[in-house]
Every structure is written in C-alpha cells, then in structure tokens.
Design a binder for this molecule. Structure first.
Ligand code: ZN
Ligand code: ZN
Length: 246
C-alpha cells in the first residue's frame, strides 16, 4: 500500500484543461526539490522528473490520479534530484532516462552526498538511456525536446513540451535567480550561455518549473531576473552568492 502525497501541488490540467499534458509538483527532500510529474492526458502515461525522495508518496499520488508511471527522467545528478531514482525504478520497473553522461561523477557520488545531507537512503543508479542536446523523448502521445544545459553541473539537461509551452529546467534557472556554480566542474559562464542559447529561444511565453521555488515564465525572468534579465546581461556578469540548496 502506497501513501498519498499530501503536498502535491497541481499546475495543470486544473487551470488549462485544453492542454495535452498534465503537471503536478511534489516538493521532496529537506531541500524542497520540485519533483515534477508530467503526463499525456490521452494515454494517462506519466513521467516523474527528478524523484529525489518521497518515492512512496509520489507513487501514491499517481495511483490516486489514475496515472500509469511510464518513465523516470533526470535533469542532473544531484542528490535532491536523483537520490530516489533507484528506489522508484525498483518499485515500478520503469526505465531511467537522463541526464547527459557528463554527470556520471555526480551520480556516482549520490551515496556520499546522502551521508553529508542526512539522507542515508539515497542511492546511485544506472541510466537506461543517456541524453544529448537535441534529443527527444516520447511519453504516450506527447513529445518532449531535450536540451543540454551545462553550468550548474556539466551534464544538466532540461525537458521541453513545445505544444504545451512548458519546460522543466532543474537547477538552471529559478524565479529571480540562477543555479549555483560553486560546485566541482560548475561553470558560471556556461550557465549563462545555457540560459541565453537554450532556454530563451524557446519563447517568452514558456512556463517553467525550476528545481526549487515558485513557477515562472521565461519572459518574466528576461524582464526581472537580476542575473540573466536582458538588462543585466548588458552589464558585467552578476555573480550569485553560493548560498541555499541549489
Ligand atoms: Zn542541483
Ligand atoms: Zn536542486
């Protein structure tokens, strides 16, 4: 018997019933990572993006919604995003897709990160499919574009559904901030490059779920984000402080 997720927050189709996808967010781990479940409304096949923990709660919520877990997708190899992937695969038998192979060292380090952050149950895993820039993944009757967005981690990827104007961007971009770049093999210049050349061209109207914190749109961030707004990028680079979980 799996438990329900009391904290799941529904984004769609509650507000936009015409869209081809549904989305709900379950904040997981003490780092409050936005584990995002997306599904094809025609087939009710679901993908869980970044199951960092609370695996039973997420599976319970899928069951309650009448969704069938079809795939696990990973944006990057950090503990709070990927620490529950092995357990979810074990309990469901579905495949794990992503991230890009440059995050192998982070995936290998998950058990060690788990010890450091008080999540001793977090485990490493082996992706069934690695992703590269320009790949696409299919979920039911929906297609998702994959972009390689290094900077926060070298193997970070994002998932984009063009029909729904929706993206899950992990720790690349947040409402009002960007991902930390003080980790081993982080690269602040690459992060900005990823935002400008991979995210912005998808369109100002795109709604995105970040790895942590509230949902926003690319247009809003281009207007107001102190690190990557159009205005901020005209001046010298603004470094964010390495505080917070992401
Ligand atoms: Zn991260
Ligand atoms: Zn994170």
């Amino acid at each position: 018997m799996v438990s329900h997720a009391p904290c799941a927050r529904y984004l769609w189709p509650m507000t936009q019933p015409a869209l081809p996808i549904g989305v709900f967010i379950t904040p997981v781990t003490p780092l409050q990572q936005n584990c995002t479940t997306v599904w094809c409304v025609k087939t009710m096949k679901a993908a869980v993006i970044d199951p960092g923990g609370s695996v039973d709660a997420i599976l319970g919520e899928l069951e309650r919604r009448g969704l069938t877990l079809d795939q696990i997708w990973i944006t990057h190899g950090h503990l709070d995003h990927a620490g529950g992937a092995a357990e979810m695969q074990e309990k469901s038998g579905v495949s794990i897709t992503g991230p890009h192979p440059d995050d192998q060292f982070w995936i290998d380090g998950i058990p060690q990160q788990g010890q450091m952050y008080g999540l001793p149950e977090a485990r490493s895993f082996k992706p069934d499919r690695w992703l590269a820039d320009g790949d696409s993944v299919t979920l039911g009757e929906t297609t998702w574009e994959v972009y390689h967005t290094p900077g926060h981690t070298p193997g970070h990827v994002i998932f984009f559904n063009r029909a729904a104007r929706f993206a899950q961007v992990g720790d690349v971009l947040f409402q009002g901030s960007v991902g930390r770049t003080d980790f081993p093999r982080s690269d602040p210049e690459a992060l900005i490059e990823s935002v400008v050349t991979r995210l912005w061209p998808l369109g100002d109207d795109v709604t995105f779920v970040p790895g942590h914190g509230p949902v926003s749109t690319f247009g809003q961030e281009r207007r107001t984000n102190p690190f990557v707004s159009d205005q901020a990028l005209k001046g010298p680079p603004v470094q964010r402080s390495p505080s917070g979980p992401a």
